[in-house]
Write a protein that binds this ligand. Structure first.
Ligand SMILES: Cc1cc2nc3c(=O)[nH]c(=O)nc-3n(C[C@H](O)[C@H](O)[C@H](O)COP(=O)(O)OP(=O)(O)OC[C@H]3O[C@@H](n4cnc5c(N)ncnc54)[C@H](O)[C@@H]3O)c2cc1C
Length: 374
C-alpha cells in the first residue's frame, strides 16, 4: 500500500481540545425535559454529564456516562447522532444542536488517557453467565452483569473481540485502538473474553450449561449477508461488503496480505445498496485504490438508510450515487466480472465494471443449534 493510501485510513473526525469541549458543553440549555435523552436508545443522562463537563468535572461526567453505557468512545464516534440525541436537541430547531457525540467521545478519550475512574470491582457472587459474541450487544451485557456481581465469560469466534466494531466499521471512522481500549475497560470489571471459540462447533450450548453457566446471552449479530438474486451474482469479482470490510481490517491488523483484498488499484467498482455498510464499502474501495466507485440504489436519496453525514463524506471523497437505479445483470468473461447492466426508470445501459459489491442486508447466522435433519 502506498503512503498516501495508508494515510487515508486515518480517522476522518477530529476531536475537541479541552477549551473547545467546555465551550460546546456550555451551549447546553439543560432542559427540564431533555429531548436528547428521549432520542437516546439507552436513555443516557446527557444533560447531567454535559453540565459536569461544562464545569470541568470530567471524572463526574465519566461516572454518569458509565451508569448507562459501556462503550462511550464508540458511541461518541459511530452512534447515529443525527437521528438520535443530536437530532432531538432543542437547539437544533433554530441553530445547530449541541455536538453530544463529540463531547461524549472527548470525555471517554480523556478518561482513557488519564484513568480518571477506578470502579470498585463487585464481588462475583450472583452466578455465572456465558455471553456468545463480543459485538456491542455482548460487550454491553457483559459489562452490566459484571457490575451487578455476575461472573461473565464471553465466547467469541473471531481472533479478536469487538464484532462489527472491530471487523466491519473501518478504521477511518472508528480507530481500532479506541475499540480495544473500551474492551480493556470491560475486562477490568472482571469479564473474561475467550476468542477463537465458536459456539456450535467448538462448544455447544449444552456444553456451556455443563460447564456451570447459569444463563447464556446470545449476541451473535447478523453476520450472514443477503445475496441479490440476479444473473452473474456468482462471478469472480462479486463480493459481499461485510467480507470486503473484514478482509481490510484483517490486513490492517497484519493478519493477511494486501493481495487477499479484492479491490485493486485503478478499478471501477459498483456498490449495490445505500446503508451504512454500503457507504463503508464504497469509501473503503476508494481507499484501496479504486478510481471510480458508483453506488447503485433502487430508491431515492430520501429513502437511503445511510446517515446523511456518511453520505456527505462519501460524496466529498468522490463516490458517485445513482438513484432509482438497479443492476439487473452482471456480465462476465472467462468467469470474471466485465460489465453490469444498469436500469434506471425503464432505460438500460451497459457499464464497464471490475468489481460488484453487495450491501443489501444481513441475517443472523443459524449455526448455534444443531439443525433438524431434512
Ligand atoms: C459495515 C457496518 C457499518 C456499520 N455502521 C454503523 C454505524 O455507523 N452506527 C451504528 O449505530 N451501527 C452501525 N452498524 C450496525 C452495528 O454495527 C450493529 O448494529 C452492531 O454491531 C450489532 O451488534 P451485535 O453485538 O448484535 O453484533 P455484532 O457486532 O455482529 O457481533 C456479533 C459477534 O458474535 C460473534 N459470533 C457470531 N456467531 C458466533 C458463534 N457461533 N460463536 C461465537 N461467536 C459468534 C461474531 O464473530 C461477532 O463478533 C454497522 C454495521 C456494519 C456491518
Amino acid at each position: 500500500m502506498s503512503d498516501n493510501a495508508t494515510q487515508s485510513f486515518e480517522e476522518v473526525s477530529s476531536g475537541y481540545s479541552m477549551h473547545e469541549a467546555i465551550a460546546e458543553a456550555k451551549r447546553c440549555l439543560h432542559c427540564k425535559t431533555p429531548q436528547c435523552r428521549t432520542g437516546c436508545p439507552i436513555g443516557n443522562e446527557i444533560p447531567d454529564w454535559i453540565h459536569e463537563l461544562s464545569m470541568g468535572n470530567l471524572g463526574n461526567a465519566m461516572r454518569i456516562i458509565n451508569g448507562r453505557s459501556n462503550l462511550p468512545a464508540v458511541c461518541g464516534l459511530v452512534c447515529a447522532h443525527e437521528r438520535q440525541c443530536e437530532g432531538h436537541c432543542i437547539l437544533g430547531k433554530k441553530d445547530r444542536p449541541v455536538r453530544i457525540g463529540k463531547l461524549e467521545r472527548f470525555i471517554a478519550d480523556f478518561d482513557g488517557e488519564m484513568g480518571l475512574i477506578h470502579e470498585p470491582l463487585a464481588q462475583k457472587t450472583r452466578g455465572k453467565v456465558a455471553v456468545i459474541g463480543s459485538g456491542p450487544a455482548g460487550l454491553t451485557i457483559a459489562g452490566d452483569l459484571a457490575r451487578l456481581g455476575f461472573m461473565v465469560e464471553i465466547f467469541e469466534m473471531e481472533p479478536e473481540a469487538g464484532g462489527v466494531l472491530m471487523f466491519g466499521i473501518p478504521e477511518y471512522r472508528l480507530p481500532k485502538d479506541v475499540v480495544r481500549r473500551e474492551i480493556r475497560k470491560i475486562e477490568e470489571l472482571g469479564v473474561v473474553v475467550r476468542c477463537n471459540a465458536t459456539i456450535g462447533s467448538d462448544y455447544t450450548i449444552d456444553d456451556l450449561f455443563d460447564r456451570g453457566f447459569d444463563a447464556i446471552f446470545i449476541g451473535t449479530g447478523t453476520g450472514k449477508p443477503r445475496k441479490l438474486d440476479i444473473p452473474g451474482n456468482s462471478l469472480k469479482g462479486v463480493h459481499q461488503a461485510i467480507y470486503l470490510l473484514r478482509l481490510v481490517s484483517l490486513h490492517q491488523a497484519g493478519s493477511i496480505s494486501r493481495d487477499e483484498i479484492p479491490v485493486k488499484s485503478g478499478q471501477r467498482v459498483f456498490v449495490i445498496g445505500c446503508g451504512n455498510t454500503a457507504m463503508d464499502a464504497a469509501r473503503t474501495a476508494l481507499r484501496m485504490g479504486a478510481t471510480d466507485v458508483q453506488v447503485i440504489y433502487h430508491r431515492t436519496i430520501n429513502e437511503m438508510s445511510a446517515l446523511r453525514a456518511e453520505y456527505d463524506d462519501a460524496v466529498k471523497e468522490g463516490v458517485v450515487f445513482n438513484w432509482q437505479s438497479s443492476i439487473t445483470e452482471i456480465i462476465g468473461e472467462e468467469g470474471s466480472v466485465r460489465s453490469v447492466t444498469v436500469e434506471c426508470q425503464g432505460e438500460r445501459r451497459k457499464e464497464r465494471a471490475d468489481l460488484v459489491i453487495m450491501a443489501v442486508g444481513r441475517f443472523p447466522q443459524v449455526a448455534l443449534f444443531p439443525q433438524p435433519k431434512a
